[in-house]
Design a protein around this ligand. Sequence first.
Ligand code: PLP
Length: 436
Amino acid sequence: MTQTASRPGTGALKPLPLDVEAIRADFPILSRTVRDGKKLVYLDSGATSQKPRSVLDAEREFYERYNAAPHRGAHALAEEATGHYEAARATIGAFIGAPEREIVFTRNSTESINLVAYALSNAATAKDPAFREYAVGQGDEIVVSEMEHHANLVPWQQLCERTGATLRWLGLTDDGRLDLSDLATVVNERTKLVAITQQSNILGTINPLGEIIARAREVGALVLVDGAQSVPHQPVDVTELGADFLVFSGHKMLGPTGIGVLWGRYEVLDKLPPFMTGGSMIEVVRMEGSTFAAPPQRFEAGVPMTAQAIGLAAAVEYLQALGMDRVEEHEKLLTGYALEKLAEIPGVTVIGPQDTVARGGAISFTVEGIHPHDVGQVLDDHGIAVRVGHHCAWPVVRRYGVPATTRATFYVHTGYDDIDALADGIRAAQKFFGTV
Ligand code: PLP
């Protein structure tokens, strides 16, 4: 049944495009209770999402029926495991408009970003001149933004330390947007790579990538898009994006933990040396040295996360059946409702854009007079799971002068009732701490 909610004075809210009750029934964990029998209200999908039964079944089936190391054995199980693993690559590629050979499986977004960062520094010392085109060194610049998750910041700081390159960044405006006023100087002829998030995990801001990528192209820089918070929540097509790399994590999009994706334009991937080396990423191995396989195998050393890749393909199929346009619209309505509900509570301040324009469903807020961790604790007492802290985006909380925030994030099983519960929980925290 679709959920509607009424707003006093302003009439009924728009029905949500997704059937929340039917979707909830697909997620076994959502039927459990927490903290002395309270209904679980899961508002922490931005940290990690829950998994529908079809994903759990896909993983179980792998282990029960064709568990084997793909791309290695000649036996029946190995052949089946290889078939399912490569079919998963095709399914996940199609989800973002990419051919299979451009999909590299990693553990998560963090590993995907490190893969690129290490490939760029390894390029500087590569024996094979074919791998040196994208080498980063002294005098080069890497550009990030002040709203990056640590996963898209620390690896670039480290790349700069290893190579002598310089890290530069785009700042933030007071209303939680990227400050692009100095884009033309920050991204310049020395820029080797721009690494930028499509959607902020803490502010919810959706960035104007078109403008940034166009500038990067003008100066011949590579572009890596952090899609950890966008690919799960909106349609993303790499042919429209115009970047060179896109990273995302399976566990944030209904898939298993331990599986992530690096999409790379083939012409670029083909010129990068490996990050990790070992089994199955080689072409020829002699005691004197080795040559490497073509992408994506060049970047998948060792027995891969097979069950997890297959589980992620099942998650993608689940999302495709819902329709990513509807997922996006669903979350937009929830975000609008949440912004309204929180604005009604005196003492609550949302950090980030105050409306739903170019904004996703990550809502970070502070409650006057109560530490965010205490807010989180009272919410937890009511069965409401949110995240508290700096959300691995420490420069952002510093920029907005707060020690931390409480963050609610939404997904396909979130309904208006969850947001009502959040608002009630915040009021209960205010009552508990005597701030109202
Ligand atoms: N980028 C963003 C925007 C994120 O929100 C996260 C995780 O929250 C990451 C990167 C890192 O993802 P993972 O921990 O799955 O590698």
